[in-house]
Design a protein around this ligand. Structure first.
Ligand SMILES: [Zn+2]
Length: 460
C-alpha cells in the first residue's frame, strides 16, 4: 500500500496512463487479524508532520462477507481451497460479476486490467517467507520482468525473479495473465510491521557490537577464577601445558569430569560446572528460545595455557569454562566486540555465578567460566571432596588475569622502562618485572604482588 501511495505521489507519466489502486481490498483495510497483535495504524515522520497509514488485511472483513463456506471453490478453475480463502482477494481472481463481495472486487480489477498493457501487483510477505524482494511473473511477462530485475540488480537493489506457478489459482499474476492481455507481475517486499513480534526470526545473533570500557564491569561483583584459587582448590590438572588441548592427569579432576547433553550441544567438564550450565541453559531456553536453539560450543574441558600466554593456565584445564558459538560462529577474541546473542544472554550466566570473558583485560566474549566466587562456594559446599582451608585473595601472581594485573603491567613498564604488554595476564615476563622491582625497592623478591609490593608499584 505504501508503494502504491509512493506511485500516486511521485510517478511522472510520459506515455499512456497509470491507474493506481492503493487499497485494492478496501474492506480488508477495516480490520486486522485479532490473534496476531498487529498494529491498527502506523505513523511516518515527515517534514510536514506525522503521516499515518492504516494497517489492513488481504482478507475481506467478515463484517462485510460472512459466513465462510467450509470449502471455497475457485472459479473458473474449480480448485478447492480452505473456506476462509473465499475472503482472500488474491485467491478470488479473476472474480465474478455476480459473486460475493470479494469476487466482485476482483472482477472490477480484472475489468480494469483488460484495458491495461501491464499489471503490477504490490504485496508484502512475512519475514520468514522466501519470496521477499521478489518479482513473480506470469510467463507472458517473464521477459520484461527479467529485464527489470537485472536492471535493478545492476543498481545493487536486491531483487529476485520467480515464475508464476501454473497450477495455483486465484493469484493476480496467474489470473490477470491468463484472462487479460496485460503482462502480470507481482512484486513482494518485506512486511516489517509485525517485525517486532517476530524479532527472533529477524535478528542475526552473530552480528557483533562494539564494546566500550563498561565491558570491564559486565560481571558485577563476580571475578574470573584465579589460577591460585583453582590450584589450591583442585590442584594442577597436569604437569605441563602448551597451546593445544590435552587431557588432565590429576586424579581428583578426572573423577569429577562428566559428559552431558545440554540440549543444543554436548559438553564434557567438571561436574558442578556442568550442573550449573544445565540450569543456565534451561534459563536461556525459557528467556531466549531463539538464541538457545542457535548455541553451540567450541569446547569445555581442555588443558592448555591461556591463548597467547606461556604461564597462565586456562580455566578450561579444570573443565569449569566453556566457549560458545552462535550459528557455529565463534566470536573473535581481543577485538573488543561481542556477538549480539552473547550480550543478550550473559546475564543468565552471571545469575548462576558464571563470569563472562568479555570482561577480561583481553576481551574473550565466547568464553564463560565458573567465577572465583563460585569456585570457593563449591569448595565450601564440599563439591570437590574435603572442605579445604580458605584461600587468601590479597595477592596477584602468576596465572592471574584481571584489570588490576593490566594496571600493574602498565606501571612496571613505565617505571622499569620495560617492554611489557599490558594484556592483563600475569605471565613470566610480568613475574620477572615484579622480581626486578622488588629487588630495587628492598622487598622480598618472590614475584608475587602482595599488599606491600602493590602499594610500592602504585606509588612509583
Ligand atoms: Zn574459553
Amino acid at each position: 500500500m505504501l508503494a502504491a501511495v509512493l506511485m500516486v505521489e511521485n510517478a511522472r507519466v510520459t506515455q499512456g496512463r497509470v491507474i493506481v489502486v492503493p487499497q485494492s481490498n478496501r474492506s480488508g483495510f477495516t480490520h486486522t487479524d485479532p490473534m496476531e497483535a498487529y498494529l491498527h495504524r502506523f505513523e511516518i515522520a515527515t517534514p510536514a508532520g506525522p503521516r499515518w497509514f492504516r494497517v489492513g488485511m488481504r482478507l475481506t472483513n467478515p463484517a462485510h462477507q460472512w459466513p465462510d463456506p467450509d470449502v471455497f471453490v475457485h472459479s473458473p478453475s474449480l480448485e478447492r481451497m480452505v473456506g476462509h480463502e473465499t475472503r482472500n482477494l488474491n485467491r478470488n481472481h479473476p472474480g465474478r460479476p455476480g459473486g460475493w463481495l470479494t469476487a466482485r472486487v476482483s472482477h472490477a480489477l480484472t475489468t480494469i486490467a483488460k484495458e491495461a498493457a501491464m499489471v503490477l501487483d504490490l504485496h508484502e510477505a512475512q519475514p520468514e517467507y522466501p519470496v521477499i524482494n521478489m518479482m513473480v511473473a506470469h510467463e507472458h511477462a517473464f521477459e520484461v520482468a527479467a529485464t527489470a530485475t537485472s536492471m535493478m540488480q545492476a543498481r545493487r537493489i536486491p531483487i529476485g525473479l520467480s515464475a508464476s506457478p501454473k497450477n495455483l489459482h486465484g493469484l493476480s499474476h496467474r489470473e490477470f495473465g491468463d484472462h487479460t492481455h496485460a503482462q502480470a507481475v507481482l512484486n513482494r517486499t518485506l512486511r516489517t510491521l509485525n517485525a517486532k513480534r517476530r524479532e527472533g526470526l529477524m535478528t542475526d545473533w552473530t552480528e557483533t557490537i562494539k564494546l566500550d570500557n563498561s565491558r570491564l564491569t559486565f560481571n558485577g561483583a563476580l571475578s574470573g577464577a584465579r589460577n591460585k584459587t583453582m590450584l589450591e582448590l583442585l590442584g594442577n590438572p597436569r604437569g605441563n601445558y602448551s597451546q593445544d588441548c590435552q587431557e588432565p592427569t590429576n586424579e581428583l579432576i578426572k573423577k569429577l569430569v562428566v559428559s552431558r547433553n545440554l540440549g543444543p550441544f554436548k559438553v564434557r567438564g567438571l561436574s558442578p560446572a556442568v550442573d550449573a550450565l544445565e540450569k543456565i541453559m534451561a534459563r536461556v531456553k525459557e528467556k531466549e528460545p531463539d538464541i538457545h536453539s542457535r548455541l553451540g560450543t567450541a569446547g569445555m574441558l581442555c588443558c592448555r595455557f591461556v591463548r597467547g600466554s606461556s604461564a597462565a593456565i586456562s580455566n578450561h584445564s579444570w573443565g569449569t569454562a566453556i566457549d560458545l558459538t552462535i550459528d557455529d560462529e565463534l566470536d573473535d577474541r581481543g577485538d573488543n566486540r561481542a556477538q549480539k546473542g552473547l550480550l543478550q544472554i550473559f546475564k543468565h550466566f552471571n545469575e548462576f555465578g558464571f563470569f563472562w570473558g568479555a570482561a577480561f583485560p583481553t576481551e574473550d566474549a565466547m568464553h564463560f567460566e565458573a567465577s572465583d566466587q563460585l569456585m570457593r562456594q563449591w569448595a565450601a559446599e564440599g563439591k570437590f571432596g574435603a572442605v579445604p582451608a580458605a584461600v587468601a585473595d590479597d595477592t596477584l601472581e602468576l596465572g592471574d588475569r584481571s584489570a588490576q594485573v593490566a594496571e600493574v603491567q602498565r606501571k612496571l613498564a613505565k617505571v622499569l622502562s620495560l617492554d611489557i604488554d599490558a594484556d592483563g595476564i600475569f605471565g613470566a615476563a610480568t613475574r620477572a618485572a615484579v622480581i626486578t622491582f622488588q629487588g630495587q625497592n628492598g622487598l622480598k623478591p618472590d614475584g608475587v604482588v602482595g599488599p606491600a609490593t602493590l602499594a610500592k608499584i602504585m606509588a612509583a
